[in-house]
Design a protein around this ligand. Structure first.
Ligand code: ADP
Length: 165
């Protein structure tokens, strides 16, 4: 499929989706004609929510954005890009610590598919401490996560996690 620089993708685990994800997704959607949010269906990674559960949550949260399509994908993200004519991969960066890893990932992906540009978008300051892994830990100890994730995710986390405390 022909590569289109007006079509972007934002890949990730989104386990679970956070307000930081929603921020970076909706900001990216303003920059491109079409944005795929690509949920990694990675069998080797153990996750709290299945790919289909994460898909359902993100579809509901993002339903008002007509240029965003949420999908699941197993395999290399560059293959998704090739198959769907995606010209740009957006990655959010929070702290400098994210940057080293993201830079190496960008180099690897560029080697695999030179037609794909990678764009780093800095987090909005109010979300820079939000990480899915930390949110899962906090929820396990019964902490209030309602300022960190969309209301739908608060509900789904309550159903899934029985606090340790
Ligand atoms: P991965 O497992 O690929 O790191 P994540 O689900 O953690 O996927 O994140 C998906 C994308 O969203 C990544 O580009 C990540 O950098 C970005 N992201 C996650 N949290 C935030 C945040 N608080 N602010 C900005 N970007 C974020």
């Amino acid at each position: 499929m022909k590569t289109d620089v007006r079509t972007a993708m934002l890949p990730g685990s989104f386990d679970p989706p956070t307000n930081g994800h929603v921020d970076i997704i909706t900001r990216s959607a303003r920059l491109y004609d079409r944005l795929y949010v690509v949920i990694a269906d990675n069998v080797s990674k153990s996750t709290l929510f299945t790919p289909d559960e994460r898909l359902a949550m993100l579809q509901e949260i993002l339903k008002e954005y007509s240029n965003i399509e949420v999908v699941t994908h197993s395999g290399l993200v560059v293959d998704f890009a090739r198959e769907h004519g995606v010209g740009v991969m957006v990655r959010g960066v929070r702290a400098l610590a994210d940057f080293g890893y993201e830079f190496e990932l960008a180099m690897t992906n560029k080697q695999l598919y030179s037609g794909l540009e990678v764009l780093f978008l800095p987090t909005s300051p109010k979300y820079f401490l939000l990480r899915s892994s930390a949110i899962k830990e906090m929820a396990a100890f019964g902490a209030d996560i309602s300022t960190m994730v969309p209301p739908l995710v608060v509900e789904k986390m309550k159903e899934r996690i029985v606090p340790n405390t």
